[in-house]
Write a protein that binds this ligand. Structure first.
Ligand code: ADP
Ligand code: MG
Length: 300
């Protein structure tokens, strides 16, 4: 059988099943970060993300500076999704031998500028040779045990919220976005958040990560989805991906106004969590209630 026929998530699941027990991690494969024991009241968070030339970016269109910024930003976004504070990063690169040194330093400048903004420190990496430029950034962070938010805590009756606006990130936002670290921290310090993920693959795909992990269903309302000015259509907002906004669920008493007021960015209530047997549905004015198709970015 080929990779193509199972796809990314099924493959990862099969790797996870092969792991011998018992595990010493609090949370291994399956969330935005791995969660490890650290101090009496804090967990350590670890996350890795890879970007590959001509798969994730085209150097004819995006500067090395922006690639560097994005390479770090996507991992900071995964730390945000656990409500953590990023602390350190490790950078591994593979480079064609004729790559200009100035471009490589620009790549590091992009990372270092963002690293300075978020106070994360470069602590190492690896350098290798390849036909295309490949980079992999690992971020290590921490989170107070009582503030950690995972994908698997959604409960029937929760409201589903999303920060910012979705879709059209391909026009540029996918390289310029600010990881929602600050917003996630404000969120968990002021509200009881049950589950959270960052939207990397697309709303319809990432919502399913929450419902699968939590063993629940969901209903979302098409007309409540915040659509970015850059989006070409509602479909784009549902499945375009690379928004790097926060998708989270909280108890019914939490409302949009209180959230937007505290976070100082728009927060939309797009639906609610329901029992698993009710499935995952979208309500549209024209078609009524129908199954939400899982359409998002797929590597295979
Ligand atoms: P995200 O989009 O939040 O970065 P991914 O979809 O890339 O998350 O990964 C989902 C989960 O699978 C994470 O826990 C990640 O660490 C794990 N994972 C991804 N690829 C592999 C792999 N090749 N081997 C083991 N675990 C993996
Ligand atoms: Mg993520």
């Amino acid at each position: 059988m080929k990779m193509r026929s199972v796809g990314e998530f099924e493959f990862i699941e099969s790797v996870k099943k092969r792991l011998p027990g018992p595990k010493s991690s609090v949370l291994g494969i399956g969330d935005d970060c791995a969660v490890l024991e650290f101090t009496a009241d804090k967990y350590l968070l670890v996350t890795a993300d890879m970007l590959i030339q001509d798969v994730h970016f085209d150097l004819a269109k995006v500067s090395p500076f922006k690639v560097g910024r994005k390479a770090l930003a996507v991992s900071l976004s995964d730390v945000a999704a656990m409500a953590g504070i990023p602390k350190y990063y490790v950078v591994s690169i593979a480079v064609p031998p004729d790559a200009p040194l100035s471009a490589l330093h620009d790549f590091y400048s992009g990372m270092m500028k963002l690293a300075a903004e978020f106070k994360v420190e470069l602590i190492g990496g690896d350098t290798n040779r390849a036909d295309k430029f490949i980079c992999d950034v690992t971020v290590i962070g921490e989170v107070e045990k009582k503030l950690l938010v995972r994908r698997d805590g959604a409960r029937a009756g929760d409201k589903i919220f999303v920060t910012g606006a979705l879709g059209g990130s391909i026009k540029g936002r996918h390289c310029d976005f600010t990881p929602r670290v600050r917003e996630a921290r404000l969120l968990v310090k002021n509200f009881r958040v049950h589950s959270m993920i960052d939207i990397s693959d697309g709303l319809s795909s990432d919502l399913r990560h929450i419902t699968d992990a939590s063993g629940v269903g969901a209903v979302i309302f098409d007309d409540r989805i915040p659509v970015s000015r850059d989006a070409v259509s509602k479909k784009d907002a549902l499945s375009g991906g690379e928004d790097y906004e926060l998708l989270f669920t909280a108890a019914g008493g939490v409302n949009e106004e209180a959230l937007s007021g505290k976070l100082k960015i728009p927060v939309a209530n797009i639906g609610r969590i329901v029992p698993k047997r009710e499935g995952i549905k979208i309500v549209t004015g024209k078609y009524g209630k129908k199954d939400l198709e899982r359409k998002g970015f797929r590597h295979f």
